[in-house]
Design a protein around this ligand. Structure first.
Ligand SMILES: C[S@@+](CC[C@H](N)C(=O)[O-])C[C@H]1O[C@@H](n2cnc3c(N)ncnc32)[C@H](O)[C@@H]1O
Length: 237
């Protein structure tokens, strides 16, 4: 029987040494969340908590905590939270377990925190399609009347780029190989799906565009693996 996506992620994180840069997407905060600030900071009210949903080892959470007063990293894999607490021990960010695909958990969190801003990088693109509507319902609940969302996700066009990189040699892009070995399914969606999911849930997209993920894996010729990502800034209608 196919394992749940949560089990796959838990195994991915528990098999990984607690060192920065080992996940393929784990580019530094400086070239990632900090560089993306001009895209979303003007929309994010400073007095709201900022949730980093699907925070992984917390590299971007810590970068956000240098800019915003209350930053909470959330992930459904307990082993990811262990990585984040160990690697970001010097950061004021806090970390806790949370499943975005559980709308009741979003109601509880919203009761506790009130409206929140959300940073979310690389979560919906790999999620099974049947869980995505619940995840988007949770985003709606967490934002409430005043929060904003910045979501940045692998574009479907990243799929062929990853396959071409893997085909270059049997030991090419080992960090990407690790992702597939754990049954994870990056970029498993179609063009326009991110926007359609949000719009169908009553979430209005107020800005968007394309950016590049400079991955931590290199190709056999030594060049960096670059992957296309789509971003949106959004709020509840
Ligand atoms: C590709 S990683 C990105 C990590 C981090 N956002 C970053 O940019 O470094 C995706 C993360 O989302 C988490 N995740 C996947 N589905 C989730 C869900 N339903 N709820 C919470 N976290 C989830 C995984 O455990 C994993 O840590």
């Amino acid at each position: 029987m196919e394992q749940s996506v949560r089990t796959n992620w838990q195994n991915y994180w528990s098999d990984l040494p607690q060192e920065p840069g080992l996940p393929i997407w784990d580019s530094s905060g400086q070239v990632t969340a900090t560089a993306q600030l001009p895209l979303f900071q003007p929309h994010f009210a400073e007095n709201l908590p900022l949730l980093d949903i699907g925070c992984g080892n917390g590299t971007q959470t810590a970068a956000l905590a240098a800019e915003f007063p209350t930053v909470i990293g959330l992930d459904f894999a307990p082993a990811a939270i262990d990585h984040a607490r160990a690697l970001q021990a010097d950061s004021p960010a806090t970390f806790r377990e949370y499943d975005l695909a559980d709308p009741d958990a979003a109601v509880d969190l919203h009761l506790h925190l009130g409206d929140s801003n959300i940073y979310m990088r690389g979560v919906l693109h790999q999620m099974p399609d049947d869980l995505r509507p619940a995840a988007v319902t949770s985003l709606r609940t967490l934002m409430g009347a005043t929060g904003h969302l910045f979501a940045v996700e692998l574009s479907p066009a990243a799929g062929p780029t990853m396959q071409a990189a893997l085909a270059q040699s049997p030991d090419a892009v080992p960090k990407l190989q690790r992702v597939f070995r754990h049954g994870l399914k990056p970029a498993s969606w179609q063009e326009g799906k991110l926007e359609a999911l949000l719009e169908n849930a009553g979430i209005e997209i107020i800005d968007g565009g394309m950016i590049t993920l400079h991955a931590t894996d290199t190709l056999p010729d030594g060049s960096i693996l670059d992957l296309p990502m789509a971003y949106v800034v959004a709020r509840n209608r």
